[in-house]
Design a protein around this ligand. Structure first.
Ligand SMILES: C[S@@+](CC[C@H](N)C(=O)[O-])C[C@H]1O[C@@H](n2cnc3c(N)ncnc32)[C@H](O)[C@@H]1O
Length: 233
């Protein structure tokens, strides 16, 4: 990983903002990811994220914290928060912005326990492929203090396969339709492609139940997105 995402966050944080990140996927063309969005404050967050923050309780683990926007909000509200990310640049920025407890870490290497585990901005993305979801959910469940909760958002991206006539061009024999190849470039450099998973609620709920988690639909967004709360059965 070249950590172009982290480099972009560092540029923005250090006053060197000149370009946005460009993303594309195996099923979609280039899209602009504006750097200011990755530094959003509470009022600019989607309602799903605002609601997730309202549901937080006890000690919180912010997984894939990015620049630390959610952690900072929670910290200011008095929560004890730990923010982790695999991007060193992201963690440097989160620290610079004032997140007190940060670590460059893959979620699968986390061992501490928390009352709330937060995964936001398509939180299921880090699971990468459907086949890895139960491994991740089992791990997250093991990181929960009794009565703890996992809050995550994602989207059902079936709509992205609709053609103009209302038909669907998805190859139903292929892999799960929410498994995408994700491409990112910044300032003309290309990041190593990654897998990124969008998981519809029904599938998340099904997998959750197989690993002993009750999965509740907390809120639906305006565009096939949703917030889910998972608690041990
Ligand atoms: C879409 S960004 C979301 C950032 C932040 N949560 C936000 O809402 O602005 C996803 C983040 O997850 C991090 N990430 C990806 N895989 C991860 C993993 N296995 N463990 C921890 N962080 C991961 C990425 O480096 C990136 O910062």
């Amino acid at each position: 990983m070249k950590d172009l995402f982290g480099n972009a966050l560092l540029d923005y944080q250090n006053g060197n903002y000149s370009e946005d990140i460009i993303t594309s996927t195996s099923i979609s063309d280039d899209d602009v990811l504006p750097l200011p969005y990755l530094f959003r404050d509470y009022k600019d967050m989607p309602k799903l994220e605002q609601h997730a923050l309202k549901l937080c309780k006890g000690t919180v683990l912010d997984v894939g914290c990015g620049s630390g926007s959610h952690s900072l909000y929670l910290q200011k509200k008095g929560f004890t928060v730990k923010a982790i990310d695999i991007s060193k640049g992201a963690i440097d920025v989160a620290k610079q912005r004032g997140v007190l407890n940060t670590q460059v870490k893959n979620i699968l290497d986390e061992t501490e326990k928390f009352d709330t585990i937060l995964l936001l901005m398509n939180g299921t993305g880090i699971f990468q492929e459907l086949v890895h979801v139960s491994k991740h959910l089992t791990h997250l469940k093991n990181l929960l203090i009794p009565n703890g909760q996992i809050l995550m958002d994602s989207s059902d991206i079936k709509y992205m396969y609709d053609d103009d006539d209302g038909g669907v061009w998805r190859d139903t024999n292929s892999t799960y339709y929410g498994e995408l190849d994700y491409f990112l470039s910044y300032k003309g450099k290309k990041e190593t492609p990654i897998k990124w998973l969008y998981l519809d609620f029904k599938t998340l709920k099904l997998v959750s139940e197989t690993v002993g988690l009750k999965c509740e639909l907390v809120m639906e967004g305006e565009h096939f997105d949703y917030l889910a709360k998972l608690i041990p059965l």
